[in-house]
Design a protein around this ligand. Structure first.
Ligand code: PLP
Length: 353
């Protein structure tokens, strides 16, 4: 592992800085199971205020934030509507079936934006033999679509429709910070349309762990019960919350640079190889790049070749690879990483000949 020069597998590889570690070391702490950790309480208030909601709850992971949301909004044997490429559907170990006891109804979209017409068709009629549709989930930014940003108006439309059907709307906002940074939209402007959110501190923001569930006071009290049930009641977790506070104060403003890095990398590799951009919508909205290697290139061979030369990227669907840009790679290093990608591509193409 020590030969990794550039790690673009995910923005979760970001490590706490010296300043962040200092903030963690100096954090005032208490027992959070008694809700007595002042640093956790401070983080929760900060987040609630940023999102214009009554309350917030620090949870260990984004998956737990989402699963708590699903649990508090639903009853066993209900159905929830998710987008076909959502993290909740693909990467959360079928947890909704196990924890809340609900099934997922997947709706495909172009770039993550659910349309009220397709939701309308998906909502179950009231007959006793149907599951009851009790939650709609969206994802901002949308990971598997390539970090796409859902527009405020599309969220507004889904929200209006959900309200008219009295179905709550949850947002998996693991990377909502990137959407805010890119569009200049404030967290509360998105949250205005949402009943609950789960947001990650451990992705591009660079904290070592932690997510936050956000909602009303009652929802958060119920969430606290579920967090404990799931084994997520931590004690002096102010050490971790301090990293989150530090990230909000000092790292949020740099997220836009990560989008710029993704665009620079894209420009270089797509102009000098036959790879193409596979982000939905064909744009680099934020920090995620899905790279289509083309039918005649073995993506695993390309990935291995990059790895040999010190560049780590992850695999995607079919012929695709994924690169995610973050604060632990500089603009200059992005250019070097792109060179490695191009050289690796040329090298495996030569072998094929
Ligand atoms: C990372 C991520 C999560 C949560 O992941 P954890 O590893 O549990 O923190 C949820 N949704 C999306 C879209 C993500 O990218």
């Amino acid at each position: 592992m020590s030969s990794i020069k550039f790690d673009l597998r995910s923005d979760t590889v970001t490590k706490p800085t010296i300043e962040m570690r200092k903030a963690m070391a100096e954090a005032e702490v208490g027992d959070d199971v008694y809700a007595e950790d002042p640093t956790v309480n401070r983080l929760q208030s900060m987040i609630a205020e940023l999102f214009g909601k009554e309350s917030a709850l620090f949870v260990p992971t984004g998956v737990m934030g989402n699963q708590i949301a699903i649990a508090i909004h639903t009853k066993r044997s209900d159905e929830i509507i998710v987008e076909s490429e959502s993290h909740i559907f693909h990467y959360e170990t079928a947890a909704p079936a196990i924890i809340a006891g609900v099934q997922m109804y997947c709706i495909p979209t172009v770039k993550g934006e659910l349309a009220s017409s397709s939701i309308s068709e998906a909502i179950r009629p009231g007959d006793y033999y149907f599951p009851k549709t009790s939650l709609i989930c969206i994802e901002q930014t949308h990971n598997r679509h390539g970090g796409t940003v859902l527009s405020l108006s599309s969220i507004g439309e889904v929200s209006g429709f959900a309200q008219s059907k009295q179905i709550p709307l949850h947002c998996d906002g693991a990377r909502i910070w990137n959407a805010c940074a890119e569009t200049g939209t404030a967290p509360h402007e998105y949250a205005h349309y949402l009943d609950t959110l789960s947001v990650c501190l451990s992705k591009g923001l660079g904290a070592p762990a932690g997510s936050v569930f956000i909602g009303t006071k009652d929802q958060v009290e119920y969430a606290r019960h579920w967090r404990k049930l799931l084994g997520g009641g931590m004690r002096q977790s102010g050490i971790l919350a301090a990293a989150g506070i530090h990230a909000l104060q000092f790292h949020r403003e740099h997220l836009r640079d990560d989008h710029e890095k993704a665009r620079i990398f894209a420009e270089q590799i797509f102009s000098q190889t036959s790879c193409t951009l596979a982000n939905s919508g064909g744009t680099v909205d934020t920090n995620i790049l899905i790279i289509d290697c083309g039918f005649d290139t073995d993506p695993q061979a390309l990935r291995n070749e990059c790895s040999k030369r010190g560049l780590e990227i992850s695999s995607g669907r079919g012929q695709c690879l994924r690169a995610v840009f973050h604060r632990d790679i500089t603009m200059q290093e992005v250019k070097e990483a792109a060179m490695i990608f191009i050289q690796s591509f040329d090298s495996i193409m030569k072998e094929n000949r």
